[in-house]
Design a protein around this ligand. Structure first.
Ligand SMILES: [Mg+2]
Length: 187
């Protein structure tokens, strides 16, 4: 579903203008998982830098190891020449360990959706906003923060139902804002 058609769907579902229901900040794409985001798709769409959330995007919240298929996908980004940075609100040891395993730059304690960490990540990757895309599993942190800055947005379904209490609350708001939108392949 395109962004425009998604906004029209919101008008139908909620009876409110998209501006009041998060329409302008809805993800440009919504896919089942990062495994549905090929490196060559990113390159052909002009992206040179990839900002990635960690928890429940690359690493299940209830797990300490990145699944092998996701690790291989992440290494494929780097092999394709994409510059990658983890952008996590988390600050525990598992974040730095994951960044090292992935071979990605890291900005932790990001306080998404505030813009500072997004800008720091772009600086570290020497990338412009229009060259960057944010991949994450949360609308009101990952997607909102990137969209405000004009960074591309790809939302994924969370890897696990387990999450922090405040995140589970935000997911209820996400379902309201996302309406009937379901994950779809990139086109
Ligand atoms: Mg997350």
């Amino acid at each position: 579903m395109s962004l425009a058609s998604n906004e029209r769907a919101h008008k139908r579902v909620l009876g409110l203008p998209p501006a009041l229901t998060g329409g302008p900040f809805l993800p440009q794409h919504f896919v089942p998982s990062v495994l549905h985001i090929p490196a060559d798709w990113l390159l052909t769409h002009g992206y040179r830098a990839v900002l990635l959330d960690l928890d429940n995007t690359l690493l299940p919240r209830d797990c300490d190891a990145i699944p092998p298929d996701i690790l291989a996908w992440a290494h494929g980004l780097t092999a394709a020449g994409l510059r990658c940075c983890l952008l996590s609100n988390n600050w525990h040891a598992r974040v730095s360990a994951a960044a090292e395993e992935l071979g990605f730059a890291l900005v932790s304690k990001a306080v998404k959706p505030l813009p500072f960490a997004f800008l720091l990540a772009l600086h570290r990757l020497q990338a412009r906003r229009r060259e960057a895309v944010m991949i994450g599993d949360q609308l009101y942190t990952d997607m909102l923060g990137a969209a405000v800055l004009g960074i591309g947005t790809i939302m994924v379904q969370p890897l696990s139902d387990y999450d922090l209490a405040h995140t589970l609350f935000l997911r209820k708001l996400e379902r309201f804002t996302m309406g009937s939108r379901v994950p779809e392949p990139l086109c």
